[in-house]
Design a protein. Structure first.
Length: 272
């Protein structure tokens, strides 16, 4: 039960959607630096290729044995989710960790909030998470490790949710907060469906992290957001990577159906 074994993800196969930028890239870096083989996917093919090259250099420089491979896909489309699953199955016989991170947000005043925002965000942030997880279930099942008929090291599905799916945000992001609340419930439902198949399903309800999605908000309200946080800061790459490494390692093998709030405590006190 030493720490190197308990928290190891070495040689695990990981897929991170939206893994080329922002929070997804932070998570991918953590897995590669600790010896995992990470597939990154988003609709931005050049960004995926650049990130995979950067991550593979990281793996080489740290001598971790970790690496990254780009598998671009437009995850808002069911057909692309199926293609991504088939492409991965052609390369791997098992998938140890799926990180459902791809997502979008939309902020607009209540009176002007468009119907199209609901179509886009509920599809990408919620429906396609189910579509992709469903398509990858055979690979996840193949990665589950048992001993004497008992699952001791299950495959993992980690959903990147938001504290805005827990609290009511002050900003007019109606479809985003609703989609993330739905994602949290979907993750719990999947935990009961997939647990008997040797797969856990958990959620990280993330607070503010430096990313393209948060760039404008942090630019305009960054100091206010930091001041409102009990820890006096926003999230760092180590915070996102560390939480995922815990859930993906033997240390997190018995965690299933949980929503881990990753926000420094800001959702307990903040109105921003």
């Amino acid at each position: 039960m030493d720490i190197n074994t308990l928290f190891s993800v070495k040689d695990k196969v990981v897929l991170v959607t939206g893994g080329a930028k922002g929070l997804g890239l932070m998570i991918s870096q953590g897995f590669v630096a600790n010896g995992a083989r990470v597939y990154i996917s988003s609709r931005d093919g050049p960004a995926c290729a650049a990130a995979a090259s950067e991550l593979s250099r990281l793996g080489a420089s740290t001598n971790s044995g970790g690496s990254a491979i780009a598998l671009p896909a437009d995850l808002s489309k069911a057909s692309e989710c199926a293609r991504l699953a088939a492409d991965l199955a052609a390369r791997e016989t098992k998938l140890h960790v799926l990180v459902n991170n791809s997502g979008a947000t939309w902020g607009e005043a209540y009176e002007a909030y468009p119907d199209g925002a609901w179509d886009k965000l509920l599809t990408l942030n919620l429906q396609r998470v189910f579509t992709l997880t469903q398509a990858l279930t055979p690979l996840l099942e193949a990665a589950s490790e048992t001993k004497d008929g008992t699952t001791v090291d299950p495959a993992r599905v980690i959903h990147i949710g938001s504290i805005d799916g827990i609290r009511v945000p002050a900003l007019p992001t109606f479809a985003y907060s609703a989609s993330k609340a739905g994602l949290h419930q979907l993750a719990r439902h999947l935990a009961t469906e997939l647990g008997p198949r040797g797969i856990t399903s958990n959620t990280l309800a993330c607070g503010p992290f430096p990313s393209k999605m948060m760039a404008a908000t942090l630019r305009n309200f960054g100091e206010t957001i930091k001041a409102a946080n009990p820890l006096g800061r926003i999230g760092m790459p180590e915070d996102a990577a560390g939480a995922c490494l815990f859930l993906a390692s033997r240390a997190g093998a018995y965690v299933n159906g949980a929503t881990l709030t990753l926000d420094g405590g800001v959702s307990l006190v903040s109105k921003m």
